[in-house]
Each structure stands twice: as structure tokens, then as C-alpha cells.
Write a protein that binds this ligand. Structure first.
Ligand SMILES: *Cc1c(COP(=O)(O)O)cnc(C)c1O
Length: 224
């Protein structure tokens, strides 16, 4: 195992603790998901040996293959990328949490009378529908549909900060949407936001689930 990996993990852990202290929050209420997309299985094994339990992937085929190969590790797999409706049933087999529920067709595909998956509604903080996520104006109606769907336990909202705006301001908007969501779904109070470069801002705005890749793993190998 490389020293670099454990050093980076340690420094992210301490930066998370510092930001939590700054926000007056209990760091125990913040889950760090290490995003391992494009990284080899060996790196995921190393992370598990360092005490990581939550890992994230953004492509179904890669996630499914890794989750199968690493079944012995007792990891929680988080699906954080765009998910095609036709892959939804397969994804729920290995994923404990789906962070990217953003279309009605996906909500319908996740419906189940005998299994429950945890999920976040992804909101789009840009004006570009191609970025994925539900437009803020459509959030209430969309959330009602998710709440009425058997087989999904709604944890809260997920967002990716836009590139053309300070992250903190964008995360503050998600926090306001979360307040609104909690008026119809009091349990759905979690916030999946914050990546390598903006997790401090996310923690200051109430993030409960950080999705951190390169700050811990180092650079990703080029996509194949
Ligand atoms: C890749 C990815 C991350 C992690 O990004 P880093 O900048 O490497 O921390 C977080 N969330 C999603 C949705 C991603 O695709």
C-alpha cells in the first residue's frame, strides 16, 4: 500500500473534522464516501484496510464488477452517477444508496414491494438540463412522487456545485431546498454534497454525505 494514500486519507479526515468544528457540528454526523471510479480494485482494498466503509462509483458496469469482486470486504456501495432506468434493478442489487434519482422513469424503475433502497434526489444547480438533476422548480412534485413510491427510502438531496459560481452559495441554495423538502418529508434531511475541492463549503452548509475522490485517491487513471 502506498504511504500517499493513507496520508491523503488522514489529511481529508482531519480537514473534515476541522470544518465540522468550525460549523459547530458533530463530525460523527458526516459520512465520507470515497469515490473510486476508474481506480483499480486493489486501491479499494487498500482503502478498506485503512478503515473506509463507504465507497462511490458513477458507472453501472464498473460499479457492479467491483462490488462483485470485493464482496468479501463488507463495503457500502454508493451509486453517484447518472443511472439508466433499465439498469436500476441491477444497481439496487449492489448499491446501498443511489444518490442520483433525477427522472420519473428512474423512480418508477426503482419501485419495489419487497426491497427498499436508500436514495437521494439529485437537484440541478445549473440552467443546463444536460448536467443531470431535477430543476428546483420541479422539486416538490418530484419529491411527492418519490415519497409515494414503494421501495425507495428518501434520505434527502444531492447536488454537484456548478463551475461558474462560488460553491458555498450554491450549497446554500441546496440547504434552502432541503428545508422545503423537510416540510413534506421530515425524515429526508440528509444532504449529499461536497467533493475534493469544495467539501469544506459543503460542511459549512450542512452536508451529511461527502463524495470525495481525488483528494483521497490521488489522480484518476485516464478513462478507458
Ligand atoms: C467523481 C465524482 C465525485 C468525486 O470527485 P472528486 O473531484 O474527485 O472529489 C463526486 N461526485 C460525483 C457525482 C462524481 O462523479
Amino acid at each position: 500500500m502506498t504511504q500517499g494514500l493513507s496520508d491523503r486519507l488522514e489529511s481529508v479526515r482531519s480537514a473534515v473534522a476541522d470544518a465540522a468544528a468550525e460549523a459547530g457540528r458533530d463530525p460523527g454526523g458526516i459520512t465520507t464516501i470515497v469515490v473510486t471510479k476508474f481506480q483499480p480494485e486493489s486501491l479499494v482494498r487498500d482503502l478498506a484496510a485503512l478503515g473506509v466503509r463507504d465507497v462511490g462509483e458513477n458507472r453501472h458496469q464498473e460499479a457492479q464488477a467491483k462490488a462483485r469482486a470485493l464482496e468479501d470486504l463488507d463495503l457500502r456501495w454508493h451509486f453517484v452517477g447518472q443511472l439508466q432506468s433499465k439498469k436500476a434493478r441491477q444497481a439496487r442489487e449492489y448499491a446501498s444508496v443511489i444518490h442520483s434519482i433525477d427522472r420519473l422513469s428512474l423512480v418508477d424503475a426503482l419501485r419495489s414491494d419487497d426491497r427498499v433502497v436508500d436514495g437521494f434526489i439529485q437537484v440541478n444547480l445549473t440552467d443546463d438540463p444536460g448536467r443531470g438533476g431535477v430543476a428546483p422548480g420541479e422539486l416538490d412534485a418530484f419529491a411527492e412522487r418519490v415519497l409515494a413510491t414503494a421501495g425507495i427510502r428518501l434520505l434527502g438531496l444531492m447536488a454537484v456545485a456548478p463551475l461558474d459560481e462560488p460553491a458555498r452559495a450554491a450549497f446554500a441554495r441546496v440547504r434552502a431546498m432541503s428545508d422545503r423538502l423537510r416540510s413534506i418529508a421530515p425524515e429526508a434531511s440528509a444532504l449529499s454534497m461536497g467533493m475534493s475541492h469544495d467539501f469544506r463549503d459543503a460542511i459549512l452548509e450542512g452536508a451529511t454525505h461527502l463524495r470525495i475522490g481525488t483528494a483521497i485517491t490521488g489522480n484518476r487513471p485516464v478513462a478507458g
